[in-house]
Design a protein around this ligand. Sequence first.
Ligand SMILES: C[S@@+](CC[C@H](N)C(=O)[O-])C[C@H]1O[C@@H](n2cnc3c(N)ncnc32)[C@H](O)[C@@H]1O
Length: 246
Amino acid sequence: MKKQDITFGIHAVEAVLKYSPERVIELWVLQGRDDKRFMPILESAAEYGVSVQHATRKVLDDKSDGGQHQGVIARVKAVKQLNDKDLAVLVEKTETPFLLILDGVTDPHNLGACLRNADAAGVHGVIVPRDNSVGLTPTVSKVACGAAEVVPLFQVTNLARTMKSLQEKGIWIVGAAGEAEHDLYKADLKGSLAIAMGAEDKGLRRLTRESCDSLVSIPMTGSVSSLNVSVATGVCLFEAVRQRLS
Ligand SMILES: C[S@@+](CC[C@H](N)C(=O)[O-])C[C@H]1O[C@@H](n2cnc3c(N)ncnc32)[C@H](O)[C@@H]1O
């Protein structure tokens, strides 16, 4: 595991300073820009004694490897990777778990957007297979707009086995698949629940699909065959939120 990492983008850096200030080693901020949006970051940095370096755009572009840094980059201690054991602890202590499973999402923009949706929907944790999925990269954190700091991401070795153990703990697993006969809006999404979404290209893998308790589709009325996974995730999660609040 890497010991240090970077996080960039205003919301992502604000979030790490807010939720895990002890992880922040130093900040680089675009020089010569009196940007009001940096003020909360600079105030938090001062509060936590984090050193701030002023740097040119070229330096920031290089440090972020061309990422959309918005003029601010934090060097941070890498976050501990969460696994099956950590997931079991979360499930144990959560009264009515509400989880999101992403079966092999590889695009950091999609994972970031899914984490953002998950946070907004009050999801307790996001589960991904450790292999063939994107992890918590700086771009994921940037796109997640701070959600990567608050929504735990569990990277599990064997997704089908993890799903079985969730089911043994009373969690109902609903898979989203465009071709499923059952309509999302008629599914019961109350109670202990995990919603499983497929990968960008291949959708849910066969074993994941077979491990779900039910499969649902989002009704589509236009000409395209599927939604982007982060959009579909938002639709499914917020239908669950609607039902759980009603
Ligand atoms: C881009 S789609 C994958 C398309 C892929 N060609 C397939 O065969 O599933 C990524 C994921 O978003 C979800 N998704 C997209 N459109 C959906 C729909 N209309 N109903 C349910 N889930 C959908 C599914 O979980 C799907 O696996």
